[in-house]
Design a protein around this ligand. Structure first.
Ligand code: NAI
Length: 278
């Protein structure tokens, strides 16, 4: 059910790759709620061809951009203001990639060139996006900017590798830039820390299906899926959250504040406490 929460708002969605992508669901939801949008992803992602279907469905223009390139980002903001007819009300950063994870380099055997890429693509791109938008004065007074994060920024999860460091930096950028942009233009900057979700980026994480199962057993409300994440993004882009900024907002069914649940304990006992007690 749509509520018209984003009626008349203009947005940019970074990072929709295929139907599984969290950004894909966000694009569908924000348009359902009355927004007009542009979509952007890397030329490589666009060549895969799936984004055309979403562009058609949402009536969005697709603008190719590598989010680590200032020139590309300038083009995204300029072109979006042109086609949407004014300053941008909301932006979603839904971008993550670690060459170390892809190449299965362990955290105690990182390739530092690859680490720089991880940080640039997954975190510094958020700063570049905000700085570019601010210099172009591309975000409207009271606008809302979101990036997607994961709890490995606060607590260590085996297999998440250097993406954990990227997420810590991403969340820090939201706080640091939020102070400046909020003060000068009332722009809100937050991160949403999402449950593990089955997507292309998610599947790259070592032991993802076990992690999904574990988180599902721990979280009292169960894991949040991509569509539920999109609903939360809608609320954060809407005028109902005008005073929420510089926050990392957990959207994880309660996982982040649960130590142990009855379900998880039962599972653990099934898995061989006898062995441990011997
Ligand atoms: P996805 O694979 O669908 O999205 C990742 C996107 O990043 C892709 O569209 C990809 O083309 C884009 N990208 C990579 N390099 C780029 C670059 N240089 N410039 C512009 N775009 C680039 O996967 P998903 O899961 O939807 O990821 C979206 C965000 O959500 C990421 O930040 C991810 O870390 C975060 N997240 C995902 C979780 C999961 O379990 N899937 C959990 C918590 C957060």
């Amino acid at each position: 059910m749509a509520y018209g929460l984003l009626k008349g708002k203009r947005g940019i969605i970074f990072g929709a790759l295929n139907e599984q992508s969290i950004a894909w669901k966000v694009a569908q939801k924000v348009v359902e709620e009355g927004a007009t949008i542009t979509l952007t992803n890397t030329p490589l992602a666009l060549r895969m061809g799936e984004l055309d279907a979403l562009a058609k469905e949402t009536g969005a223009e697709v603008i190719p951009a590598d989010a680590t390139s200032i020139e590309d980002l300038e083009n995204v903001f300029r072109r979006s203001m042109e086609v949407l007819g004014g300053p941008i009300d909301f932006v979603l950063h839904s971008i993550g990639m670690s060459p170390n994870v892809r190449k299965k380099r362990a955290y105690d055997d990182l390739d530092y060139g690859m680490l720089e890429k991880t940080l640039d693509i997954s975190a510094v791109s958020f700063h570049k996006m905000l700085q570019t938008a601010k210099k172009l004065d591309a975000i409207a007074e009271g606008g809302s900017v979101l990036a997607l994060s994961y709890i490995a920024a606060q607590r260590t999860f085996c297999g998440y590798n250097d993406m954990a460091d990227a997420k810590s930096l991403l969340e820090s950028i939201a706080r640091s830039f939020g102070l400046i942009y909020g003060h000068e233009k009332g722009v809100r900057i937050n991160t949403i820390s999402q449950s593990p979700t089955v997507t292309t980026a998610g599947s790259g994480v070592d032991g993802m299906s076990n992690l999904l199962h574990f988180a599902e057993k721990i979280a009292p409300l169960g894991n949040a899926d991509a569509e539920e994440c999109a609903n939360y993004c809608v609320v954060m882009f809407s005028d109902l959250t005008r005073k929420v900024t510089m926050q990392n907002l957990f959207h994880d069914g309660g996982f982040s504040t649960t130590g142990m649940s009855v379900e998880a304990m039962e599972q653990y006992l099934k898995g061989g406490l006898d062995e441990i007690e011997k």
